[in-house]
Design a protein around this ligand. Structure first.
Ligand code: COA
Length: 259
């Protein structure tokens, strides 16, 4: 499906979504947000898609934030509606039953850092820069940044970054646990593809169960251990669990079907 502001490609079950406004450093205007919402519907429903990479077009920026030009003149109610809509879209990414990896290829600022944090994990190129500079604009992060940054790097470090608007480089992001790997820009996509090829060879319903249970840690409305019980139990009703356990005992490689 064509999107106005996104490029998409599907290869070996890996669906790559590239935010494509390089002249504006891939800033998230409302068209990008609407396209992201639509493309996540495609991710949820297209059985050919096993896992997802989100990245930005060009060598300089992943996403340099929400599009600041759209904030001018908005009211309190419009501001709230804007943030709620953004939160819902990023929630859809975070709760995707298929793995979503951010390949951060440059600036990940404001909404860009928030987008990367809504993905299941992050890989950065060595030129990447992370930050929540909203206080420079008289704002706070509105797409889940105050919550996910604190979850990912801890309260003290998050508080400092949120209040100071300081940027951190890729090496610091790695040290903080904000990203899993730092590689050269040339190697960025290959690194993600290598990891996703491994994940895509596993039982998809079990992978989705891991996502649901790990996400439950941060969901006050859920008991994560109960989610684990349910997801574990659900696996016993799948063909893939029978195939995985039988293949192990027969000393052969399991062939999973996602059933
Ligand atoms: N919203 C709207 N436009 C943005 C943008 C954003 N968040 N980030 C960058 N752009 C635009 C710039 O206005 C510029 O457009 P122009 O060429 O039409 O003037 C273009 O992208 C290139 O950005 P520029 O600032 O010239 O690049 P730079 O290399 O000098 O600086 C940044 C890069 C990322 C440091 C700088 O663009 C920046 O600070 N962006 C805003 C970051 C931010 O506050 N994000 C949080 C938003 S809530």
């Amino acid at each position: 499906m064509p999107y106005q502001t996104l490029l998409t490609s599907l290869e070996n079950g890996i669906f790559t979504i590239t935010i494509n406004r390089p002249d504006k450093l891939n800033a998230l205007n409302q068209q990008v947000m609407s396209d992201l919402n639509e493309v996540m519907n495609e991710v949820y429903t297209n059985n050919e898609i096993k896992s997802v990479i989100i990245t930005g077009a060009g060598p300089k920026s992943f996403v340099a934030g929400a599009d600041i030009s759209e904030f001018i003149g908005a009211s309190v109610e419009e501001g709230k509606a804007l943030t709620k809509k953004g939160q819902d879209i990023f929630f859809k990414i975070e709760h995707s039953p298929k793995p979503v990896v951010a390949c951060v290829n440059g600036f990940a600022l404001g909404g860009g850092c928030e987008l990367a944090m809504s993905c299941h994990f992050r890989i950065a190129s060595d030129n990447a820069k992370f930050g929540q500079p909203e206080v420079n604009l008289g704002l706070i992060p509105g797409y889940g940044g105050t919550q996910r940054l604190t979850q990912l790097i801890g309260k003290g470090r998050a508080m400092e970054l949120l209040m100071s608007a300081n940027m951190i480089d890729a090496a610091t992001a790695l040290q903080y646990g904000l990203v899993n790997y730092v590689v050269s820009q040339d190697e960025l996509m290959n690194k993600a593809i290598a990891i996703l090829n491994i994940i895509n060879s596993k039982a998809p319903i079990a992978v989705a169960g891991c996502i649901a249970a790990a996400n439950a840690v941060f969901d006050e409305t859920k008991n994560g251990f109960e989610v684990e019980v349910n997801e574990f139990g659900k696996c016993f009703g799948t063909e893939d669990m029978k195939e995985g356990t039988t293949a192990f005992l027969e000393k052969r490689k399991a062939e999973f079907k996602g059933k």
